[in-house]
Design a protein around this ligand. Sequence first.
Ligand SMILES: Cc1ncc(COP(=O)(O)O)c(C=O)c1O
Length: 441
Amino acid sequence: MASSPFDLLPKVAWGKGLYIHDADGNRYLDGSGGPATFCLGHGNEEVNAAIKEQLDKIAFGYRYHFRSDAAEELQQIVAEEGGGNLKNCIFTTGGSESVESCLKLALQYHTARGETSRRRFISRERSWHGNTLGALSVSGFLQRRQPYFGSLLEVSHLSPVNAYRPPEGVAPEDVAEYCANELDEEIRRLGAEKVAAFIFEPVVGAAGGAVPAPEGYAQRIREICDRHGVLMIADEVMCGVGRCGTWRALQHDGVEPDIMSIAKGLGGGYLPLGAAVYTDKVAEPIMRVHGMPITGHTFTAHTTSCAAGVAVQKILKRDGLVDRVAREGVYLRERIESALGQHPHVGDIRGRGFFQGIELVEDRETKEPFPADLRLFFRVAKESLAGGLICYPTGGNVDGIKGDQIIIAPAYNATRDEMDEIVDLLVPAIDRAIASTRQAA
Ligand SMILES: Cc1ncc(COP(=O)(O)O)c(C=O)c1O
């Protein structure tokens, strides 16, 4: 078999709380919940027991043959936590499938209403929505899209919404207004009757490094979508289910999307699980005309995955962990700022709750990033792992190629000692990674 860079990774053995142990006996502190997923940490006995209990009854009752308590209970939890009109959902096995289902629900909604010309999606650059072809088409992540050019859907990609890196000639305080107007202009340019939906991440994850939109942006795009009959899809796969200190990330802005994707924190990584959540407004024509959403997979609403989701969500609720994220996120941010705020190569620290991003730059004054071929973000991943810390570095935030950023996203029950340790391990890992670029030069 051909060798791959993954051959060099340690072999996982077991985990408890925020610590993971490899097969060679090394211990790692999980400072990013893997890919911002493990909201309860590892080895939670209550979740494991709930999974076993379901497995002992039956692993999976196929959705066209049976309903299940687990899926119905999880549906109810999602409806309650989502709040407002987001009462309907389709379960999936992960983020890409959830986004794919969201896109299809938008198309089906317009078809059911007789507006079959509404086929076009609008999204943003520096966004990540997943690896299936539809989700990849709406993603604005050059490196991950490039191998598939020619086979992706035609999508309008608007400017990234990032106050630290505003569109050229735009002042940071004008980013919300400018970017919202861009959406309005693009809908008018295409013709509203051609546009199905606008999809965006309320707090950008992998493609940006935990970038929240400036205040006012979400409200403005809500108004614009409504004015043009365009559906608003919030991709909350990474930032949702409590990670930002509210169960839905957009709750912070007082905005309800028409459709929303969630995944990572729903099952906390215990089993593959995600959902496309949608309002009654979206459900009504679909149910009236087609009788059901015409999308889904063999493992949709997998019984044991849903049982894991129920267990995770009950613990989040019982232990007040989403409120805890809102509260302790302030502490995490302060710790990161006091350790890295004055670092000569840290350009920006941003994020919300337990979803914090650190952008590395060569020059703080000019915001010039490190040359892309140094792959600094990759070096940070390597150095932090070698030092016993798991974090989530990604690249390409500046122009799709250049840019190095690190996401810190611990489990919602991370203690202050653990947060301190994350920061204490991260700082020297960043320094070692930067030093290694000088040796390479
Ligand atoms: C915002 C967002 N949407 C969609 C996805 C795709 O999810 P998955 O990797 O579970 O398919 C991700 C994955 O990181 C994501 O962050």
